[in-house]
Design a binder for this molecule. Sequence first.
Ligand code: BGC
Length: 359
Amino acid sequence: MKKLLSITLAAALTLGSMSTVAFAAETEAEILPGNGQKIGVSMPTKDLQRWNQDGDNMKKMLEDAGYEVDLQYASNDVQTQLSQVQNMISSGAEVLVIAAIEGSSLGEALTMAKENDIPVFAYDRLLMDSDAVSYYATFDNYMVGTVQGQYIIDTLDLENADGPFNMEITAGDPGDNNAGYFYAGAMDLLQPYIDEGKLVVQSGQTSFEEVATAQWKTETAQSRAENILSSNYTDKDVDVWLCSNDSTALGVENALAANYNGKYPIVTGQDCDKENTKNMIAGKQSMSVFKDTRTLAKQVVKMIGQLLNGQEVDVNDTETYNNNVITVPSYLCEPVFADANNYKELLIDSGYYTEEDLA
Ligand code: BGC
């Protein structure tokens, strides 16, 4: 993880007040019309809300632009995803868009794509250990972590308060390259306060390996949090629980409801999933990071059009995302801070959810 830590610290430090973070949207470019080319879209799972939205958005936007779409979900099973992608190639996909379950497990399919001159877009999660990845489109993953970390610093007023405050950490799936960036973005900002003793992690679990959650599972996050609470917080308060995303935050929130009687902590998240947004409104989750899946899908459709029309493909980062073989040209959309105060504007006024979705 060390390697990650220094690269974007400057970006993190300029983040300043989160309320001023604007929508960063896709590029100005138009969506160029397709002429029936088949695009294979491989999504990890239907279990998590966001991938259903990503898949639906991609399918609709690609079809509206004039492409044929082969959309598959892989039930979080690596082998299923591998064979689905291989089938897409055999059945004539001209471009692949892949959100990997495990970034480094699709090598065989990627080699097959390259042999068939099929461009591959890594969608949201980087595809690792392969030179067959043409482009990567995602949200700025490191910035997601810095938004969470900065929120904790501001809310506890760590600059001025004496503390100490108790904190616990729940991170994401080690097989997902994003998870390390989220963790690093937050920990780069918070580690100095841990070193100085203002933030105390009573469980002693701070390394990425210790706090990771296999496959981002709510149940896994919940049972680890229940253990931590019963071993460390029967006679103390936990003041803050840094959670990398909403599915893990939900597990922590369930554990807090089941196993804890102290002062309710700050809980962070990411995605603005419906359940978590409801929890924000109910005061059970403090914030989330909104990544408008419509923005990402639209950007990818634009990039596909540019590529298929021989135009330059819009990227805004050619340095950060090395997959152990190549540095993949990337387009990073900007994540946006969300909480109970701004969710209406971000999520309802923008048409992402209806009022009933959150009732
Ligand atoms: C995505 C997050 C999501 C997580 C779990 C990550 O790769 O970037 O938005 O919460 O996977 O699905």
